[in-house]
Write a protein that binds this ligand. Sequence first.
Ligand SMILES: [Fe+2]
Length: 276
Amino acid sequence: MLIAQLSDLHVAENGLAYGQAPSTQALANAVAYLNALVPAPDVVLVSGDIADHGLDGEYAQAASLLGRLKARFLPIPGNHDNRARLRAAFAPQSSLQAAHPDAPVRYVDDTLPLRLVGLDSTRPGQHGGGLTPQDLDWLEQVLAEGRPTLLFMHHPPFTVGIGNMDADGFTRAAPLQDLLGRFPNVARLCCGHMHRPVVRAFGGTLACIAPSTSLQLALDLTPDAPSRFMLEPGGLALHYLACPDRDPAGLVTHFGLIPGCGHSFPGPFPFYGVTR
Ligand SMILES: [Fe+2]
């Protein structure tokens, strides 16, 4: 079972996020990469910041590009997204239906051996994230059903050492950490937002942050690091479970780079059998 994760697409109407990053082309590259991948992913998680400014035109482009995926995809919003517009763009393909279009996005997907739980960590109008008491109650009920679960949301509930991003904090990080610590069936917590690949232990599970498909945050761990980004290659995460029946805890996560937008990676070359 292969679960791909794309994050922080930042699709922009003029094709450039922050005036520099060719984010729309980068998403096209990511889609082509996944469509050529062997084995093919069973599903693609899209962990937020799909549109750069939450605009209808950006969602139209994102929906068109993601619609080319051979695999089905599951989107959740990030702080750059607009819940109602995201729902309008993607509702036909996902579990985004809600009584009100601005309601938080929450859903469970039980089509694979690993239950996939999408949770909305955005706080509308704010850069940072968090969960509500209602989110935590809902999540506890879902986890109490005991199925092996991959939980995904946009904001990581912990700091990563990049000061300008850490400053926002995460509302109710401690109760979430306690909750996940009580449910060993949580195989992974998958996030985005930080535009870098990062892992840490959190509440008894492993938390993984996927890089952006386009622009990456400058890797600057000084306490007063300014907010800057790099045009490093786009990336993605691949969560792979070889034997769901015999080894359901054997989920591994790979981080990969996506060629294109000026980046190419020669190879693969054989290690052995080459004449010197
Ligand atoms: Fe982002």
